[in-house]
Design a protein around this ligand. Structure first.
Ligand code: NDP
Length: 253
């Protein structure tokens, strides 16, 4: 039994990985609701495909999540697929990472997925099949210097994925994490610009910091993350639950 193509929710659908996932799901026939804070950017994605609708929502705010979910479900029915793509990164040495930085990252990267999952579960339980897919990271499985808070939140997101998958194993809902390595989106583009500004290194040298972690020597294309999402959403993946699917050119094995 497959959950789709039905109604899919994609948080962080206004840019990068979430945008690629939203467009790919819409092309595969899903009715997609994209969620994020920047409604202008979300609306631009919605204009790219008739099967995409944009709703402004800060996933860190549970009340906003609940009312947005009510609106989305009222329009297109219970979501059979939730892709938790919303996430933020802040780079800083551990000693210069104050509580407010940890709180910001925790609220979006962990509680965002918690709020969304908690909100969709009652409706998902009524469906013949459903999927929750968390866009985690290779940082869910290994450490990286100068991103201690980000790494901790991504480890936590994977922990939540595994526990929830077991809790729901008796239902038709699977819960999985996709763990991309450095991917060609604004997150990496901004980090490259930062390195150039701070160190005076060339853009090519700064980019090599990121491509160098991937044994294939390149950034991941958001379309590759979409491919894994499409597979996890399919009937072929109905026995795949609680997994961390690494899309990183062999960085982790
Ligand atoms: P982007 O910055 O392009 O995407 C992040 C998205 O999250 C934005 O669209 C942003 O939209 C949204 N977002 C952030 N905070 C909130 C919030 N509080 N509520 C709702 N939406 C929010 O980067 P990526 O596409 O690269 O990142 C997508 C996911 O992939 C993230 O979880 C990231 O950690 C993960 N990832 C990225 C990797 C990379 O190298 N790029 C590698 C591994 C994982 P808005 O600002 O409008 O709210």
């Amino acid at each position: 039994m497959t959950p789709g193509p039905g109604h899919a929710l994609v948080t962080g659908g206004g840019s990068g990985i979430g945008r690629a996932v939203a467009l790919g799901l819409a092309a595969a026939g899903w009715q997609v609701t994209v969620l994020g804070r920047n409604v202008t950017r979300l609306a631009a994605v919605a204009r790219e495909h008739a099967g995409i609708v944009a709703l402004g929502c800060d996933v860190g705010d549970e009340a906003a999540v609940m009312s947005t979910l009510e609106e989305a479900t009222g329009r297109y029915g219970p979501p059979g697929l939730l892709v938790n793509g919303a996430g933020i990164v802040e780079t800083a040495p551990f000693a210069k990472s104050p509580d407010v930085l940890w709180d910001r990252l925790w609220r979006t990267n962990v509680m965002g997925a918690v709020h969304m999952s908690r909100a969709v579960l009652p409706a998902m339980r009524q469906l013949p099949a459903a999927r929750i897919i968390n866009i985690a990271s290779t940082a869910s499985l290994k450490g990286y210097a100068y991103v201690s808070a980000y790494t901790a939140t991504k480890h936590a997101l994977l922990g939540m994925t595994r526990a929830l998958a077991l809790e729901l194993a008796g239902t038709a809902i699977t819960v999985n994490a996709v763990c991309p390595g450095y991917t060609d989106t604004d997150i990496v583009r901004d980090a490259v610009a930062n390195i150039v500004a701070r160190t005076g290194r060339s853009e090519a040298e700064a980019l090599a910091t990121f491509t160098g972690t991937n044994p294939q020597g390149r950034l991941i294309d958001p379309a590759e993350v979409l491919g894994t999402v499409l597979w996890l959403a399919s009937d072929a993946a109905r026995s795949v639950t609680g997994q961390a699917i690494v899309v990183a050119g062999g960085e982790i094995m």
